[in-house]
Structures are given as structure tokens and as C-alpha cells.
Design a protein around this ligand. Structure first.
Ligand SMILES: [Zn+2]
Length: 119
């Protein structure tokens, strides 16, 4: 089985995020950065592997060069942040494109005609 719930992935976590690892996410939520082990599964401060380049950005899924130790919570937050940034960038690009199109289609109002109303 492939994918991050499978045996191969757990092996990678064990290998690349062993006890004593520190969270490598820049915006780590925990001052000590120490990853905690032997907690309940999916604990926020427990071990996980963060994809430096996210999979949806074209990052390699199981390449150790693209993986770094991270708290589970930092990993999840980082992914959410990256997605939000990506969405915002897309929205901005769409808005710019729309604005450019709108400017092309509409004639510019004549400045002098509306700025001044002699009475
Ligand atoms: Zn962290």
C-alpha cells in the first residue's frame, strides 16, 4: 500500500523523525521545538514528516530530501497556510486579469468633462 498511512510511510517517519528530533517548520508553534514521542496517536506535538515542497505543488512524496521532521500540528498548520496563500494568489491573479479586461473593454471616462461643472 502506498500513501501516508501505509507501512512505508511509518518507516520513513521512524527513520527521518526519530526521538530527539526538532520541528523544522519555520513558524513552529512550540518554543522548545522538541517533538514529543510516546504520546497518544495524532497528538499535536507528536512526530510527523512535513513535505518541504507540498505534494500539490509538485513535491516528491517519499523523497527524504523533501521531508523534514515537524510537530503534527505545525505540519497541518503549514499546509493550511500554504493552501490559503496559494488560493489568495490565484484570486489576486484572477482579479488582476478581470480588471485588465474590464479596462480594455470600457472607454476611459474623459476627466475634464466630469471634473468640472461650470454654473
Ligand atoms: Zn513545531
Amino acid at each position: 500500500m502506498r500513501g501516508r498511512s501505509g507501512h512505508a510511510w511509518r518507516e520513513l517517519v521512524r527513520l527521518l523523525c526519530p526521538p530527539g528530533s526538532y520541528c523544522q517548520v519555520d513558524e513552529c508553534e512550540y518554543p522548545s521545538r522538541e517533538i514529543l514521542f510516546d504520546l497518544r496517536p495524532r497528538h499535536p506535538q507528536g512526530p510527523s514528516l512535513d513535505h518541504i515542497v507540498e505534494l500539490w505543488e509538485g513535491g516528491a512524496e517519499e523523497d527524504p530530501d523533501n521531508l523534514q521532521p515537524a510537530h503534527l500540528r505545525c505540519n497541518v498548520l503549514k499546509s493550511a497556510r500554504r493552501r490559503a496563500e496559494h488560493r489568495a494568489a490565484l484570486t489576486l491573479a484572477t482579479q488582476r486579469a478581470t480588471r485588465v479586461t474590464a479596462m480594455d473593454e470600457q472607454p476611459r471616462p474623459k476627466r475634464s468633462a466630469q471634473a468640472f461643472d461650470p454654473d
